[in-house]
Design a binder for this molecule. Structure first.
Ligand SMILES: [Zn+2]
Ligand SMILES: [Zn+2]
Length: 287
């Protein structure tokens, strides 16, 4: 078995690398030790897939291993995982993605392995393997959310009604069922969430697309009151659900817990916006 393991690890980019990458894309970030356990199972899966038709003794041994919580495979060690990551990164570099290993902040013994995009432009493309048409739909959904977040009733909102999202998807798909399936797929894969009956970008999508969104749309600030992307005044992240200053021309927004922290640490209730005397108590929620 060691020979076959060696071939997998030292061979070209293949199914093993693809499945490790897929896994990392789905979890985004994981401790190295945990990833190693998954890695061993993926190796076993690849060995089983590449077996001959007849089930051999080795195959049943592999299936036994697969059932264990922390299987060990002869010839496989953590260095093999490091090697695999190096090869995946070589493939990813052209796409502005990278798998990075970082020390955990709270415990320096733990290493975190994360999948990150080094630039944002290609993000949607790789994360999913969507077709060009589908990426076009995703881009349009994002445009609709961030281009003009004030709705017909003058409310600030970064969410889309289900019917609006569906109509938008319909322009790029053949049937209404295709559109519905596509939108459902986006939700199932964690790109969008339903909040109070409307679609909004998930926390993961916001993290992944942050630089893309900030690069494409203007950020609302004291210097740019025409900006359409809101940042939380507490944590400085893009905010799509939270509280806005009641003064319509004011740019101050807060996540609920960020507002509470701000009030506690600054001991003021007054809006921190330039020349704004509204009370943070009177902020209105948006979603
Ligand atoms: Zn915040
Ligand atoms: Zn204000």
């Amino acid at each position: 078995m060691e020979d076959r393991v060696g071939e997998l690890i030292n061979g070209d980019y293949g199914d093993l690398h693809r499945s490790v990458l897929q896994f990392l894309i789905s979890v985004k970030s994981i401790e190295f030790e945990e990833l190693y356990v998954v890695f061993v199972k993926l190796v076993i899966g690849c060995l089983l897939d590449s077996s001959d038709e007849q089930t051999s003794d080795q195959d049943s041994h592999l299936r036994d291993l697969l059932a264990q919580s922390r299987p060990e495979v002869p010839g496989l060690n953590t260095e093999c995982l490091v090697k695999t990551i190096v090869l995946i990164n070589r493939q990813l570099s052209a796409l502005d993605f990278e798998i990075v290993e970082t020390l955990a902040q709270d415990d320096e013994k733990n290493i975190n392995v994360s999948f990150v995009n080094t630039k944002s432009s290609a993000s949607v493309k790789l994360s999913t393997g969507y077709t060009e048409k589908e990426i076009e739909i995703i881009n349009q959904l994002i445009d609709r959310m961030f281009e003009d977040p004030i709705d017909d009733e003058d409310n600030l909102t970064y969410s889309l009604k289900h019917s609006d999202a569906l109509n938008l998807a319909k322009q790029n798909t053949n049937t209404i069922t295709d559109s519905q399936n596509f939108i459902n797929g986006l939700e199932a894969s964690g790109w969008i969430d339903t909040v109070k009956g409307k679609y909004t970008l998930s926390a993961r999508a916001l993290a992944e697309l942050k630089s893309y969104i900030i690069g494409k749309f203007d950020v609302l600030s004291a210097e740019n009151l025409r900006g359409t992307v809101s940042l939380c005044h507490g944590c400085n992240e893009i905010i799509t659900m939270g509280y806005r200053c009641p003064t319509s021309s004011c740019y101050i927004r807060f996540h609920e817990h960020c507002r509470d922290l701000f009030v506690k640490s600054h001991r003021i209730e007054q809006c921190p916006g330039n020349d704004c005397d509204a009370s943070l108590d009177n902020m209105t929620s948006f979603y």
